[in-house]
Design a protein. Sequence first.
Length: 147
Amino acid sequence: MTRPRQPQWFHFGPWVFSIDAAQALIATTPRDTRPLDVATWATAYGLTRLDDPHQRAVSLIGPTSTALDRAYAMTTDLTTPVIVAQLDISGPPPAPLLIDGTHRLYRAWREHLPRLPAHLLTVEETRQVQDNVLLRPCRTSITPPPN
């Protein structure tokens, strides 16, 4: 008997992004994929340094060297588009953030592929799949409510 699939989340700072909600949104509002530059994103996510025994830097976005399941990564389907969210920082343009597909990105980098297909969420769509774990539902400040 197979167990039900666990919900997928991407954590970044105080935010979590529901991958299931992003996939459902993409299914209901189909869009063309865009090419994601593998070398650029693998470098940004620290994937190119994961196997370096003399690491001198730590990636602030990507996984640690012990957190990425390399064996699983090498079995992933590279035809399945990764998902890139767009964060509205202060002022244009929005900042892109890979929220789904780190294992696929690692495999593509290891296999020297130049590009992966990517679904790009709009800023508004990103807000729909994003939650602030510090605020929690119904909170508007990270300071605890008064007693």
